[in-house]
Design a protein around this ligand. Sequence first.
Ligand SMILES: Nc1ncnc2c1ncn2[C@@H]1O[C@H](COP(=O)(O)OP(=O)(O)OP(=O)(O)O)[C@@H](O)[C@H]1O
Ligand SMILES: [Mg+2]
Length: 110
Amino acid sequence: MLFRSAIAYSPNDSTIEVACYEDHRNVVISIEDEGRGIPTPDLERVFEKFRRLDEASDRGKGSGLGLAISKGFIEVMDGRIAAASPIHEGRGTRILISLPKSRATPEGLL
Ligand SMILES: Nc1ncnc2c1ncn2[C@@H]1O[C@H](COP(=O)(O)OP(=O)(O)OP(=O)(O)O)[C@@H](O)[C@H]1O
Ligand SMILES: [Mg+2]
């Protein structure tokens, strides 16, 4: 869902970088694109249901639910999600997801 948004809001010839890290407590997933980015005042708002930033230029690209649904899933697993933008030369978005490993135990899945 988030990878598809990175594609939808980026130029065709740009790079999307997906990376995964871990420390002793968390698994962290990062999805970075080189698209137009998200204006700073909207960085939290884009996680609201049906929130879309530019109806005219984004027509047909989505429903405004991707980030809200992702946030819902991640938060039930006690994880966190945040957007950072711009990330290079005034462009690009990074979505960071952090999930606690404690919830990845067999008990956590039941
Ligand atoms: N990687 C991104 N780069 C720039 N803008 C983005 C990015 N991801 C989301 N946005 C902005 O945030 C809004 C909300 O994103 P979200 O993924 O929740 O919904 P959507 O992409 O519109 O629809 P869908 O439900 O299909 O994902 C988008 O409409 C777009 O304006
Ligand atoms: Mg989306």
